[in-house]
Design a protein around this ligand. Structure first.
Ligand SMILES: [Zn+2]
Ligand SMILES: [Zn+2]
Length: 227
């Protein structure tokens, strides 16, 4: 079930291994941010139908990073539609060269076929899709290509697996994870202007999100002993 966050932005909070999935009605563009594992495609389509969209009309999927619990759901979607796939270039280049290791699919015993990332994102880029513009920030630490997406005019930050509510943050023990980079990324997040944070797992933070960011930064900083 999608929960409405603003006029055009919805989040489907996962209660399983799936990542959260964000849906944005951007006028002529219908956007998902992250796609879950893809184990329950019919449920996702039904949830989209309930808010006036569907898998078939999606035009874009932006991935906060390429772990299987975020990218796996792309497969059943591209079987029915042809959305543009967006991912930070440091993970997108690997996938485009046929190297799926960073998705961790084999670690989780899933065979993920090669796919084509159409749009390779970079730090500082303004990504405008239909009526909505995202500022793309590279926030490595959980993985090398992890990004945050800032919808500045709505005060919303999409944080992927970098920042979670209640002082928590993404793990750093997967390949390309890096505690020092994670602390630096969390510190950067505390410097941006937002009220709402939409993480890749756990609940949406619908008010005072910068307080959560500050406490995640403090927790990570003291746990990993980096400033
Ligand atoms: Zn995840
Ligand atoms: Zn992840």
């Amino acid at each position: 079930m999608f929960r409405q966050i603003s006029d055009n932005i919805y989040i489907r909070v996962s209660n399983s291994f799936d990542s959260n999935i964000i849906y944005i009605n951007a006028g002529e563009r219908q956007v998902l941010v992250d796609a879950g594992t893809g184990m329950y495609p019919d449920t996702l389509n039904q949830d989209l139908l309930n808010i006036g969209s569907s898998v078939n009309v999606l035009t874009d999927i932006v991935l906060t990073h390429s772990h299987i619990d975020h990218i796996g759901g792309v497969l059943p979607i591209i079987a029915n539609a042809s959305p543009t796939l967006h991912l930070h270039k440091s993970e997108g280049d690997m996938i485009n060269s046929g190297d799926m290791r960073l998705t961790l699919s084999s670690t989780f015993g899933v065979e993920l076929p090669p796919m084509r990332i159409d749009s390779l994102l970079e730090e500082g880029q303004e990504l405008c899709l239909g009526d909505v513009c995202f500022k793309v920030y590279s926030t490595p630490g959980h993985s090398i290509g992890s990004i945050c997406l800032h919808i500045e005019e709505e005060g919303i930050l999409i944080t992927g697996d970098t920042l979670f509510p209640g002082g928590s943050f993404g793990r750093v023990d997967f390949p390309t994870g890096n505690p020092q980079q994670l602390v630096a990324s969390l510190k950067r997040i505390t410097e941006w202007d937002f009220v709402i944070a939409l993480p890749g797992h756990m609940n949406a933070i619908t008010s005072n999100a910068k307080k959560h960011a500050e406490s995640s930064y403090q927790m990570a900083s003291s746990m990993f002993r980096y400033q």
